[in-house]
Every structure is written in structure tokens, then in C-alpha cells.
Unconditional design. Structure first.
Length: 182
């Protein structure tokens, strides 16, 4: 188990009037705000593959750091600005593996992430987490099940991995902007 590290995944319904290219600009514009968040170690900004929701995949030092951001004010701000509800899912980080770590802020084309469901802890240990273009792996769990969050260089790398490993995909994300805090 990683020393109390937490992963959160946020999802917010994308308004009809906000095209993806404008959303990506907003991601980049928000980098200074998130770079200053106490306890935030990493953030993948994401748009779901179907284009209907957006948000982030965050790696936190601990639950208290995540809770400091995702409080009633955060939910109220989402409702006020976007006229919709925000969702935040918490996962305990069990293990992480990095093959090619991003440095600082990265604005990447084609980078994809996937959340896959693993049906047991023993299967989590046995699952092959290697593949062409695989950059990062986070093995996580919540009260319900075990999962893995994988970051790939390209959608082609992701599709190849899914086909070869025959994994249960929960969600695929376009992750065009990455932030690594020091």
C-alpha cells in the first residue's frame, strides 16, 4: 500500500456550448491554480471518450488534501458555473508503476487513459501491466472493487492493450493535459 495516497476521478457533464478545443484551453489556463494545490502530486485533465463529460484524474498525498479541494464549495461552484452536478470518486492507491514519467506540465496529443475493473485482488496482482506505449499504471481500490488506471501514449496503444489483455473497460479518457507537481 502506498503511504495513504489517494486517487480521485472527477466527472462533470460537458455543456453543449463548450467545444473540446475550448475545454483544452481552459485546462491549460487552470494549470497555475492546480499547481499550487497543497498535497496534489499529479493531475491528468480528461475528456471522456464519448465527449459527454470532463474532469480530472488526481493523485493526492492523502485524503485530507483531496477533501480540501472537493468540498461543498467545489460542488456549488460546478453547479453555478456549469449548471450541472459534479461527481468525485475516491480510490485508495495500492501501487504505482511509471515507465516514462511526464516532467512538469505536458500538453500532449493523443494521450489516452483507461479505468479498468479487476475482479479480485489476486487478479490485480496477476494482470499484465506492460505494453507498448504504456506510461503509467495506478492499481487502486474503493470499497466496491479493484481497478487499474493506465496512461498510454496513444489511442492505438490503448486499443492494442485492451484487445491483447481482454480487460473489462469501465471508462476511456482523452488526457490531453498532464500536470506533475514537484
Amino acid at each position: 500500500m502506498m503511504a495513504n495516497n489517494i486517487i480521485t476521478i472527477t466527472k462533470v457533464q460537458k455543456p453543449w456550448f463548450l467545444p473540446s478545443f475550448m475545454l483544452k484551453r481552459a485546462f491549460v489556463k487552470s494549470i497555475p491554480e492546480y499547481a499550487s494545490k497543497e498535497g496534489l502530486l499529479f493531475k491528468y485533465y480528461h475528456i471522456t471518450a464519448d465527449g459527454k463529460t470532463f474532469g480530472g484524474i488526481y493523485l493526492w498525498k492523502d485524503t485530507a488534501s483531496a477533501d480540501a479541494l472537493f468540498n461543498k464549495d467545489w460542488y456549488a461552484q460546478v453547479r453555478k458555473r456549469l449548471k450541472t452536478e459534479g461527481e468525485v470518486a475516491y480510490y485508495d492507491l495500492l501501487e504505482s508503476q511509471t515507465t516514462e514519467p511526464p516532467v512538469g506540465f505536458s500538453h500532449l496529443k493523443g494521450t489516452k487513459s483507461v479505468l479498468i475493473k479487476i475482479h479480485s485482488e489476486s487478479k490485480l496482482v496477476k494482470t499484465n501491466f506492460s505494453g507498448n506505449g504504456l506510461l503509467q499504471v495506478y492499481k487502486v481500490r474503493n470499497e466496491e472493487s479493484f481497478y487499474a488506471i493506465l496512461l498510454f501514449k496513444t489511442g492505438k496503444n490503448l486499443k492494442s492493450y485492451i484487445k491483447e489483455q481482454n480487460v473489462e473497460v469501465v471508462q476511456i479518457f482523452d488526457t490531453p493535459v498532464l500536470l506533475k507537481n514537484s
